[in-house]
Design a protein around this ligand. Structure first.
Ligand code: IPM
Ligand code: MG
Length: 372
């Protein structure tokens, strides 16, 4: 029996392409693993009304880790229109499977390292080395949303919240409500993860990202949680910044920052910005990490227009594999893999289209495998 069971979830679009490249690399790394394919993606939404079918949830409950490619997501109405006729009008609503996976398995840490590998012409600056800790289960991603807004909810809000006044007169179908829910436990544990990481890896500072000056209840709680947690890490410097200012300062003074921690949506935004600073989404890798399970993925989406062409850059996925190896405790293999990626980038002989070259997804996978 293999040492590890890994769920293999290509999804759709270019998710399939990049996982093909990841497999070339993993076979070369020689991880003692069984890769168990799982059904996930747009085709399962259309055919079954569920992009993350129960059998895949069961699979995820039985593996050490998962590698996930990408999935096409469409807005509610467009998604409903693509359901097979027999499933229409049953009240099925599409929800992003990756978001569901994060919540179902309490994968509360979204870890997104953004490192400028030397010689990557796409680097915004050389030597950028930022790490984003994004809360991954709550906030505006809670899924508690109303459209139309039921009269019952409007009544309660009208009674309890003065600022609701101007909205109270609107018919329920003329507005929508998405709840931003942040818990003390959820906030403290992601902030603690960021501080613990800073301590373990000797990082110089943690920056807490929020908008507590306006979004006072939830982001106020997040900032307060940071103050509490920081007391347990007297050796780690920290500061905080509003999300809007953060996007400016990151571009202006990227070297003033090191580890960033944020609630879910701000973390989503800031991690795309950080990824762009080190070469774009072709280099952005991500770990969704809980106590029992972790799901690793490239941050980019499914880019349906490139599906099946083996055109996109698989480096983000290969770096996600590197994160998976670290998480499994295979540090030596992880370090070797990262070195191989760095080597291929530096040599500059194999470049996918985003890097200004014409190498394919599989060429890149093979080049990294060869550099190992
Ligand atoms: C990400 C993505 C997802 C998110 C989408 C695909 C639901 O943007 O992982 O950053 O918003 O979390
Ligand atoms: Mg995102």
């Amino acid at each position: 029996m293999a040492k590890y069971r890994i769920a293999w979830l290509p999804g759709d679009g270019v998710g399939v392409d990049v996982l093909d490249a990841a497999r070339i690399v993993l076979d070369r790394v020689g991880l003692d693993a069984e890769y168990v394919p799982g059904d996930i993606g747009w085709e399962f939404w259309c055919a079954e009304g569920d992009a993350l079918p129960p059998r895949t949830v069961d699979l995820l409950g039985s593996v050490d880790a998962a590698l996930f490619g990408a999935i096409t997501s469409k807005p509610v109405k467009a998604a409903a229109a693509e359901l097979k006729p027999a499933l229409r009008d049953q009240g099925l609503t599409y929800r992003s499977p990756i978001v569901r996976m994060r919540q179902l398995f309490d994968l509360y840490v979204c870890l997104r390292p953004c490192k400028a590998y030397p010689g990557n012409a796409l680097n915004f600056r050389e030597k950028i080395d930022l790490v984003v800790f994004r809360e991954n289960t709550e906030d505006l991603y809670s899924g508690v949303e109303f459209s139309p807004v039921p009269a019952e909810l409007a009544d309660v809000l009208g009674r309890l919240a003065k600022p609701f006044g101007p909205f109270a007169k609107l018919p329920g179908d003329q507005y929508a409500v998405s709840c931003k829910i942040n818990t003390q436990r959820g906030s403290e544990r992601i902030i603690r993860a960021a501080f613990a990481f800073a301590k373990q890896f000797g990082r110089k500072k943690v920056t807490v990202v929020h908008k507590a000056n306006v979004v006072r209840a939830t982001d106020g709680l997040f900032l307060e949680a940071a103050r509490t947690v920081a007391k347990d890490f007297p050796g780690i410097a920290w500061d905080d910044a509003n999300i809007d200012a953060m996007t400016m300062w990151l571009l202006k003074n990227p070297f003033n920052y090191d580890v960033l921690v944020a609630p879910n949506l701000y973390g989503d935004i800031i991690s795309d910005l950080c990824a762009q600073m080190v070469g774009g989404l072709g280099f952005g890798c991500s770990g969704n990490i809980g106590e029992q399970l972790a799901v690793f993925e490239p941050t980019h989406g499914s880019a349906p227009k490139y599906a099946g062409q083996h055109k996109v850059n698989p480096i983000a996925t290969v770096l996600a594999v590197k994160m998976m190896l670290d998480w499994l405790g295979e540090a030596e293999k992880a370090t070797a893999l990262e070195a191989a990626v760095a080597r291929v980038i530096k040599d500059g002989n194999v470049k996918t289209y985003d890097m200004g070259g014409s190498s394919t997804t599989l060429d890149m996978g093979r080049a990294i495998a060869a550099a190992l």
